[in-house]
Write a protein that binds this ligand. Structure first.
Ligand code: WT7
Length: 649
């Protein structure tokens, strides 16, 4: 890819940016040469109750892996995101909310945010929530989601936001894993003109989550819902009876801020735990540099707060920087495919951040939805979640950026808290499809997957690891530190293993090639194939199932399921639909199988291990590359699977 076209920043952009190429090089070198000094200086961007003197205390190589940043510092995240802006910019809009229905909107100033959050914090206290307690948040994209998260941070409670698209079962398992006794939800969510019965989902989850004592319910659509007399409390009723002042709780920098569940290659989703000081600092700094955010800019991250992108770049990063952050309840295609561009025009959005899957969907809808909308306010465009294909990149660049707006392709993970590989718009010449270069303080390495040795020199290809810590790194898996060590630090000793494959080109640019484990990426949502498999085999008619990803034009990857039925079951179209609905019910619509192939047998080794490599190749139509099949117990099953592979249309 050395011939990939380069898109350098314009001299005008570079001149006004927080970092131009020289500044990036200087700061990056300083951050690697002396991380302690670099991060001690950067820590000053936060308001500390007690400033940290111990900056970094990390050992990746220790058998227990310990990661601490700013450990003797004391601060409160909510005070940093809200209180400190009240004096300097109290009347500035903190949150612009655009509802699902065009014409529904709200603007919340920092003064108002302070009041709402303080009330919310007092309501939580009234429900018995104290420092260190876990609170599960299952809310639509409404301002109350931000109030709830910030209120937890204010009183030192640990929030666990569960994406409102997850099913009651998925919600129950997440509530149980972190032991929340309080759940915050709404009557319903609105999305693309439809409603989602959130409160009813909570009611369905709670018989399987017996530790829940209180459910706080936000009235959003006004739909009729059941309220359990002693358990369920309306937010507006509780809020009317509390004070709008609440002291922020002093927290140690290493106290947990939140848990966010994410899928891995095995087992149930892991509770990724993020810290107070390091996480906030990293979210704030990346929001400023990656998007070249300046005071007064209108910043729009189109993610959902149910994912880490929403945590870091709708809420914590922008608010820590005193930004105006836009929160959109709906979807890009409702009422039609011009919605994003209408919103950009309406609020004069300066930075816009979305996923390649949304870009591909809007590109497919046609340019007529873009035409006629004034997008001249846009200064930086961002993408996240999966590699962006050149067609989508070019469309984004030409149609949305009009060929003059830098695009930042940001590679990171739930685990990393913020961007690790990304261009800086005033500093980095971009190449379509490459996440380019490391952020300050980040030391990526490419290891040979077999020997585990670092591949120095360019070009290089292998697995992507990080050599040392950055402040936004997750600290542990909630309740299972052993799993943390095993998942991220045991395959390659002394390194953080990302799970991604990667190539570094002649210019030292990084190109993510996709997951090397059994995790797939469907429309930018991360999914463990094992989770879909266990949902399928829980169906009474299914005997065995194996799930892999395959290339999908819009979603990036689609979900391909090989299903072996119980003896005597008829493989019918109705059963296919039944299984699809079943998985939606077990996990949520995002886990819906795209293709289900009936498999009389699955390719297994003589010891009974399913050979997924082969199943992946069949799903990808890559029969020439099936590799060594000599260890198969029954080679004939492969021929059957090839002969009956699903047509992807
Ligand atoms: C996985 C992490 C980080 C927020 C969204 C997803 C893939 C993420 C990129 C990118 C290529 C990317 C990786 C990563 N990924 N960003 N710019 N280019 N791949 O967070 O759900 O934790 O998923 O998403 O495979 O490991 P996540």
């Amino acid at each position: 890819m050395s011939d990939a076209k380069l898109y350098p920043p314009t001299p005008e952009f570079a001149a006004g940016a927080h970092a131009d190429a020289d500044r990036y090089r200087e700061m990056y070198a300083a951050s690697i040469a002396d991380p302690e000094a670099f991060w001690a200086e950067e820590a000053k961007r936060l308001d500390w109750i007690t400033a940290p003197t111990k900056i970094k205390n990390v050992s990746f190589a220790h058998p227990d892996v310990s990661i601490k940043w700013f450990e003797d510092g004391v601060l409160n995240v909510c005070a940093n995101c809200v209180d400190r802006h009240v004096e300097s910019r109290g009347d500035q809009v903190a949150i612009i909310w655009e509802g699902d229905e065009p014409g529904t909107q709200k603007e919340i100033t920092y003064i108002q945010l302070h009041e709402h959050v303080s009330r919310f914090a007092n309501v939580l206290k009234g429900l018995g929530v104290t420092k260190g307690d876990r609170v599960t948040i299952y809310l639509p994209m409404i301002p109350e989601a931000a109030y709830a998260m910030l209120a937890c941070a204010r009183i030192g409670a640990v929030h666990s936001v569960v994406f409102a698209g997850f099913s009651p079962d998925a919600l129950a398992s997440r509530i149980n894993d972190c032991g929340s006794s309080v759940v915050i939800t709404a009557d319903e969510a609105r999305r693309g003109g439809r409603t989602v019965p959130l409160k009813a989902n909570v009611d369905a989850a709670l018989p399987h989550a017996l530790g829940v004592e209180k459910v706080l319910v936000v009235e959003h659509t006004g739909a009729q819902v059941d309220m359990a007399a002693t358990r369920d409390v309306w937010w507006h009723e509780a809020a009317a009876g509390v004070d709008d002042f609440c002291d922020p709780e002093p927290m140690s920098a290493e106290d947990p801020l939140f848990i966010l569940y994410t899928s891995g290659s095995t087992g149930t989703p892991k509770g990724v735990l993020h810290s107070t000081g390091g996480y906030l600092l990293y979210a704030a700094m990346t929001q400023q540099y990656t998007f070249d955010y300046h005071d007064g800019d209108i910043f729009w991250c189109g993610a959902d707060v149910g994912w880490v992108t929403g945590h870091s770049y709708i809420l914590y990063g922008p608010l820590a920087n005193g930004a105006t952050t836009l929160m959109f309840e709906g979807v890009p295609t409702y009422p039609d495919a011009s919605r994003f561009w209408r919103i950009c025009e309406k609020y004069k959005v300066n930075q816009f951040y979305t996923a390649p899957t949304a870009i591909r969907a809007l590109m497919g809808a046609g340019n007529q939805y873009v035409e006629g909308h004034d997008l001249s306010s846009l200064k930086v465009l961002g993408t996240v979640g999966e590699p962006i294909n050149p067609e989508a990149w070019n469309w984004y660049n030409e149609q949305i950026g009009k060929g003059k707006t830098p695009i930042v392709d940001t590679w990171w993970q739930t685990e990393t808290g913020g961007h690790l590989l990304t261009p800086l718009p005033g500093a980095t010449a971009t190449k379509p499809g490459s996440a380019t270069l490391p952020f300050f303080g980040v030391e990526p390495v490419i290891l040979d997957p077999t020997s585990g040795q670092e591949i120095t020199g360019n070009p290089a290809e292998g697995v992507l690891c990080l050599k040392d810590s950055w402040p936004g790194q997750m600290r542990t898996v909630w309740g299972d530190h052993k799993r943390f060590v095993k998942t991220y630090f045991s395959d390659y000793k002394g390194y953080y293993f990302s799970g991604d494959g990667c190539r570094r080109d002649e210019d030292g640019y990084y190109w993510i090639t996709g997951r090397v484990d059994d995790v797939i990426n469907v429309s930018g949502h991360r999914m463990g194939t094992a989770e879909v498999e266990s949902a399928l085999v829980a169906h009474p008619k299914v005997s065995e199932a194996a799930v892999v990803g395959y290339p999908h034009a819009v979603k990036g990857q689609g979900i391909y399921c090989y299903v072996t039925l119980m003896a005597g079951q008829e493989p019918t179209e109705e059963l296919r639909k039944e299984l699809r609905d079943w998985v939606r019910k077990e996990i949520g619509p995002i886990a819906s199988p795209d293709l289900i192939q009936w498999a009389p047998g699955l390719p297994k080794t003589r010891s009974g291990k399913i050979m997924r490599r082969i199943l992946r190749k069949i799903a990808e139509d890559d029969f020439g590359a099936l590799g060594d099949t000599s260890t198969l117990a029954e080679p004939a099953v492969v021929d059957d699977l090839i002969a009956n592979r699903m047509n992807k249309g």
